[in-house]
Design a protein around this ligand. Structure first.
Ligand SMILES: Cc1ncc(COP(=O)(O)O)c(C=O)c1O
Length: 454
């Protein structure tokens, strides 16, 4: 494991060049680290330092980095042809569509449309709902994240109202997303908390007029909001209201899908069937592919070409996705995520007992958040401390980032294939980093070295 405090030599030159030529609007930047190699739950920088990966390229590598079956599937496809756009047919797209229709919840007839990113698939799902219902309004949630097309930004509560206001689509309402740790009114009982948010949701829908709403777009666990896990009564209630008003319920599983939360899809935790489900990230095992899976009548309602992109359903990426689906289902990777997640939660809860700044530990499967606070009583978010912890962790050989509506949540999302020893080592590093920060060993300046969520 390495202990870099700054990028050196050729690394820093490359980073300078990046800053000169790559748009600053592209992404946040956490560490001055250049990825050189990756295998399962480990990555190496170009200076050869080794790290445990708790980020998985933002929850992409559920099946591990450089998964052999994914690599073989891509190579086999590349030897035949790289891709052909969907003006003609190809075999992989049919196989993947059939597989996805089979494994997603809902006993109704389904169809699938493909894209290249979670964001473009959300865009397609929203378009489908607008066209199908012939309505204009979309209901989303505070601090949600759905991608970066203009439509995605307009419906993503995590972007600023200023930025959203500059997008061409304005018919959006944001409902409050349940936060059981900082529940409105200080309510502590999760079920009561769920009811409270649900009644506010109902009020909002009444105000808008349910029959004006085309879609409700919902993350079954809000990732970028800070791993917020809504009570089941809330999700069930939203499903019921959507059905009563003929609203399309879009389940954004871009971050939660493919076993991440201990079920194949997070919505299954609530025994709810969405009308459309959106997949991305982990679906391609590192290759760019996304999908909307849902009711055939909705999926077929927009005219041909509405979801077209020349590289959509890219044959090599789709071949990777077929391998991912088979790998996850054959190995019951979602169950492994559940077991490893329970173990990680147990260990992280021990840290919560020991350290005043560890306010809350929450998660489903291997989608875990550690909420860093000033003190347990006030629950006041401490973003600066969280950033110092991840910086120290990086110096000690663990890649992890922060997110959440206050930017103070440690994001733990390793590959679902992570060996137990790596999980343990990563959690050990978190504890050492918390200690170092509390003992004043991490300078305040590191906070300004990162551009981070919030
Ligand atoms: C819930 C959710 N939806 C959509 C997206 C966008 O996916 P992509 O970055 O592949 O466009 C993300 C990405 O973080 C996400 O977490």
């Amino acid at each position: 494991m390495g202990s870099p405090s700054r990028a050196r030599g050729t690394s820093s030159q490359l980073i300078e060049k990046y800053k000169r030529y790559v748009s600053g609007s592209q992404a946040f930047k956490y560490f001055p680290m250049i990825v050189g190699k990756a295998l399962n739950a480990r990555i190496w920088d170009t200076d050869g330092r080794e790290y445990i990966d708790f980020l998985s390229s933002a929850a992409t590598y559920n099946v591990g980095h450089s998964n052999r079956e994914v690599l073989e599937a891509v190579k086999t496809q590349l030897d035949k042809f790289i891709h052909y756009c969907l003006y003609l047919y190809h075999e992989p797209v049919v196989e993947l569509a059939e597989l996805l229709a089979g494994i997603t919840p809902g006993s109704f007839e389904k169809k699938v449309a493909f894209g290249l990113s979670g964001g473009d698939a959300n865009d397609a799902a929203l378009k489908a709902a607008l066209v199908y219902t012939r309505r204009r309004v979309i209901v989303s949630f505070d601090y949600s994240y759905h991608g970066t097309t203009a439509l995605d930004i307009a419906v993503s509560g995590s972007f600023s109202p200023e930025l959203r206001g500059l997008m061409p689509f304005r018919d959006v309402y944001f409902a409050e997303y349940p936060d059981t740790y900082r529940c409105i009114g200080g309510v502590e009982d999760p079920e009561e908390c769920g009811e409270l948010y649900l009644s506010r949701f109902e009020e909002l829908l009444k105000k808008i007029g349910g029959s004006n709403v085309a879609a409700i777009i919902l993350e079954p666990v809000q990732g970028d909001g800070g791993v917020l896990i809504p009570p089941a009564n809330f999700i069930k209630g939203v499903r019921k209201m959507a059905s009563e008003h003929g609203i399309v319920l879009i389940d954004d599983e871009v971050q939660t899908g493919m076993g991440r939360t201990g079920r194949l899809f997070a919505i299954e935790h609530y025994s709810v069937e969405p009308d459309l489900m959106v997949l991305g990230k982990a679906l391609g095992g590192g290759m760019p592919v996304s999908a909307v899976v849902g009711r055939s009548d909705i999926m077929d309602s927009a005219p041909p070409q509405s979801f077209f992109a020349t590289s959509a359903a890219h044959a090599a990426s789709v071949a990777a996705a077929i391998a991912v689906v088979k790998y996850v289902t054959r190995n019951n990777l979602h169950e492994r995520a559940r077991e490893m997640g329970e173990y990680a939660l147990k260990r992280l809860n021990e840290l919560k007992e020991k350290y005043e700044v560890v306010g809350d530990v929450r998660g489903l499967g291997l989608m875990i958040g550690v909420d860093i606070v000033v003190d347990k009583k006030s629950k006041r978010p401490d973003r600066a401390k969280a950033l110092k912890i991840i910086w120290r962790a990086w110096e000690k050989g663990l890649v992890m980032m922060t997110y959440g509506k206050y930017g103070n949540v440690l994001r733990i999302a390793p590959p679902l294939t992570i060996p137990r020893e790596d999980l343990d080592k990563g959690i050990d590093i978190i504890e050492e980093s918390v200690k170092d920060v509390l003992e004043g060993k991490v300078p305040d300046e590191v906070v300004d070295k990162m551009t981070a969520w919030k």
